[in-house]
Design a protein around this ligand. Structure first.
Ligand code: BES
Ligand code: MN
Ligand code: MN
Length: 456
């Protein structure tokens, strides 16, 4: 095993170069202009898999972006790990806030700056390099491994669920290994056992048949922008409690044990506030910040538009207003059911002076990994071996909807072995990933594969 670890240490520069090549591909799934680049990223991974000694490696076409698949079966009696990652990235805008261009990776102060550095190219690439370290040193790989990389995670994985359903045998595994989450804090590893789900809605309000002079018509005509604000203002009360009938019906409440575990996490609320440039925090009454951001559901406007936004003042009463609203969900909330409740609620409080339309965008189920699952202990010990610290078990606020689908369709638990940090600025300008965590990630992955057979 020390040979494997040595190989990783010796080849750091090479790994970094390869990751940089990966990061130079603008594989933005939300923007159809980048279709070819998305395909380039899939082929980049295929090429990396082909450089390993796998039993098979191929790209599967879908109705959307391709799925990259590879497998190595060493011994049927050994556990099979399905490594999942996504090679698509979020758009980089606003561009002018990047200190260096998003698709021209640069290292500053030990961090790799690039779109996708942490989410998820840098993190998912660790497992490919871990396998390489075994093979290039002639070390028997201790488990069976399958890779699945998709290019549509950032748009809700529309083609992955049907793919998994159609390829249950191919994807059969004992667990899924995913590095697409964050550690609790710097040098403080954690294993994520809970993720939130998502219901994403759009509200469109139509008032008069055209923008109106706000002096001539103002006072007689209901204003879609005002109406939209009134609707949104009614969705939560002053305690941050969501006012949609039935919204909390399926929420699994935190137990005393859960809350005690939360209270033991080393969290500095002052520092948290300061780093965000805030004077005060705000959330649901009766819960603390960590609980609010991981175990409680939320409702937030993600975007809003209406009326005049150019320079100076234009006296106009807008004809339309709109908003995108996301709700983060917790077990056992169902995104479809929540979307329906939201739609019915908004329609019920909409005044008849305007037309209000509510539509649903992609969503996803929340997920919880069973804490008694044996794979988690192997992952915890691997983290400890590399970071010299026992990892915390935490729940996170973000969503990886496919985790619930892996559970449902394949009956497989996911091990969320994140190497990122919440401060990585994923989805934001200047996304970064600590170089040391890229390397420690490769070591942790290699260690995990070494330890796993002893735990099964
Ligand atoms: N990797 C993130 C999810 C994440 C981030 C989990 C940080 C835990 C901590 C993933 O790529 C992502 O951005 N997911 C989307 C959901 C998707 C349906 C668009 C999200 O959470 O907004
Ligand atoms: Mn991700
Ligand atoms: Mn993401």
């Amino acid at each position: 095993m020390s040979e494997v670890a040595d190989y990783i240490d010796i080849n750091k520069e090479q790994f970094k170069h390869e990751l940089f090549d990966f990061l130079r591909i603008p594989s933005i799934s939300t923007d159809s202009e980048y279709k070819n680049e998305v395909i380039d990223a899939a082929n980049f991974l295929l090429d990396k898999l082909n450089n390993l000694d796998l039993d098979r490696a191929e790209v599967f076409e879908t109705n959307g972006n391709p799925i990259v698949y590879g497998e190595l079966i060493t011994d049927e009696s050994k556990p099979t790990v399905l490594v999942y990652g996504h090679y698509d990235v979020q758009p980089p805008d606003p561009m002018d806030l990047w200190e260096t261009p998003p698709f021209d990776p640069k290292v500053r102060d030990g961090d790799i700056y690039a779109r996708g550095a942490s989410d998820d190219k840098g993190q998912s690439f660790t497992h490919v390099k871990a396998l390489e370290a075994y093979q290039k040193t002639g070390t028997d790989f201790p488990v069976n491994i399958k890779f699945i990389f998709e290019g549509e995670e950032e748009i809700g994985s529309p083609n992955l669920v049907p793919f998994i359903e159609e390829h249950k045998d191919l994807l059969e595994c004992d667990m899924v290994l995913i590095s697409d989450t964050a550690m609790f804090a710097e040098d403080t590893p954690s294993i994520t056992y809970g993720l939130r789900g998502l219901a994403y809605m759009e509200i469109n309000v139509q008032g008069p048949n055209r923008d109106l002079h706000s002096g001539v018509y103002g006072g007689a005509v209901d204003n879609p922008a005002n109406v939209l604000c009134e609707i949104i203002a009614q969705l939560k009360d002053e305690d941050g409690v969501i006012q949609i009938d039935g919204f909390y019906d399926d929420v699994v409440e935190l137990t005393e044990d859960d809350r005690e575990a939360y209270s033991k996490l080393p969290f500095d609320e002052e520092e948290y506030k300061e780093k965000l440039g805030l004077k005060a925090l705000k959330g649901e009454k009766g819960y603390n910040t960590l609980e609010r951001t991981s175990a409680r559901p939320t409702l937030d406007v993600n975007g809003m538009w209406s009326g005049y936004q150019g320079e100076g003042a234009k006296t106009v009463l807008p004809a339309k207003a709109g908003a995108k609203v996301s709700m983060r969900l917790v077990p056992d909330q169902d995104p479809k059911k929540i979307a329906k409740l939201f739609k019915e609620h908004v329609e019920s409080i909409a005044p008849d002076t305007v037309t209000v339309e509510v539509n649903e965008h992609h969503g996803g189920h929340p997920a919880i990994t069973d804490l008694t699952f044996y794979g988690l202990q192997a992952a915890a010990d691997a983290f400890e071996a590399v970071y010299d610290k026992e990892p915390f078990f935490t729940r996170e606020g973000g969503s990886i909807p496919i985790v619930a689908d892996f559970q449902k369709i394949l009956g497989a638990q996911s091990i969320l072995m994140g190497f990122g940090l919440n401060s990585d600025a994923i989805h934001s300008p200047n996304e970064k990933f600590a170089l040391k965590d890229f390397y420690r990630g490769i070591h942790t992955s290699a260690k995990f594969f070494e330890l796993l057979p002893d735990y099964s």
